[in-house]
Design a protein around this ligand. Structure first.
Ligand SMILES: NC(=O)c1ccc[n+]([C@@H]2O[C@H](COP(=O)([O-])OP(=O)(O)OC[C@H]3O[C@@H](n4cnc5c(N)ncnc54)[C@H](O)[C@@H]3O)[C@@H](O)[C@H]2O)c1
Length: 253
């Protein structure tokens, strides 16, 4: 008989890195993991000092590292800082991304490169510098945030965003295969529209009801509904999952 599994216990004493942790889904998942007892590293461009101070004042262990995840030197330095401080890295959640609404003919090469660098190259860079540590440990959990836009298409976003999120899916499947011999799980989630600052910036208010009407579950996701699935993939409950692309989209196809 297997023992009942205490889900939050999975996070006690672990070291977790979350990118894009100053806002939206990244902030919510980092906050949850810190509250479950991990040493939690909030990575974002401008830092997440306010939430980190609150967590530390409440006896949790949190660290904010300002870092542009599209810049290899900054990523390498951030990962080295985490490893020097804690001596291990157990969970990496590649969540940072930007979005832009534009038609293909209006997207400059600079826009294309910026979206690719932030949404896809960043995941390569973070994994590249974390994987040697996880390989040494022979354990690790990597969760890459893609999108319904990458697994299907988008009603809102530009084609560069969609292409970057489709890239995350191929990247996840191949990395999962490469790292499986080391017992490192690599999975992706594909959220659909979720109430976050990114959605507020991209969804015109007049389009909201039309969107809701097109979703089989009849509503836009809450952040917690995305966080729950990321927590599952970061926990031992998903120990036999790797290379999975998990839709969290209210039934939209
Ligand atoms: N909100 C949605 O409707 C939705 C739908 C599908 C997928 N997603 C995906 O979920 C993830 C989180 O989205 P969100 O809505 O919470 O976004 P958000 O805009 O609220 O937060 C994005 C975070 O990424 C950070 N970031 C952006 N560029 C960065 C860079 N170069 N370096 C470091 N950090 C950087 C921002 O500072 C911020 O903390 C993203 O990958 C997004 O593509 C969101």
């Amino acid at each position: 008989m297997t023992q009942p599994h205490e889900f939050p216990d999975d996070f006690k004493g672990k070291v977790a890195i979350i990118t894009g942790a100053s806002s939206g889904i990244g902030l919510a998942v980092a906050d949850a993991i810190a509250n479950y007892g991990s040493h939690t590293v909030f990575i974002s461009r401008s830092g997440a000092e306010a939430i980190v101070s609150v967590l530390n004042a409440n006896g949790k262990s949190a660290l904010s590292i300002p870092c542009d995840v599209s810049d290899e030197a900054q990523v390498k330095s951030a990962i080295a800082t985490v490893f020097q401080k804690y001596g291990q890295i157990d969970i990496l959640i590649n969540n940072a991304a930007i979005n832009q609404i534009a038609k293909i003919e209006d997207i400059s090469l600079e826009d294309w490169n910026r979206v690719m660098a932030t949404n896809l190259t960043s995941q390569f860079l973070c994994c590249k510098h974390v994987v040697p540590i996880m390989k040494q440990q022979r354990s690790g959990k990597i969760i890459n945030v893609s999108s319904i836009a990458g697994n299907f298409r988008s009603k809102i976003s530009g084609i560069h965003y969609v292409a970057s999120k489709a890239g995350v899916i191929g990247f996840t499947r191949q990395l999962a295969y490469e790292l499986a011999p080391f017992q490192i799980n690599v999975n992706a989630i594909c959220p659909s529209q979720t109430y976050t600052p990114m959605l507020a910036a991209t969804l015109p208010p007049e389009a909201e009801q039309k969107l809701i009407d097109s979703i089989p579950l009849g509503r836009i996701a809450s952040m917690q509904e995305q966080v729950n699935v990321i927590l599952f993939l970061a926990s031992q409950l998903s120990s036999y999952m790797t290379g999975a692309i998990v839709d969290v989209n209210g039934g939209q196809f």
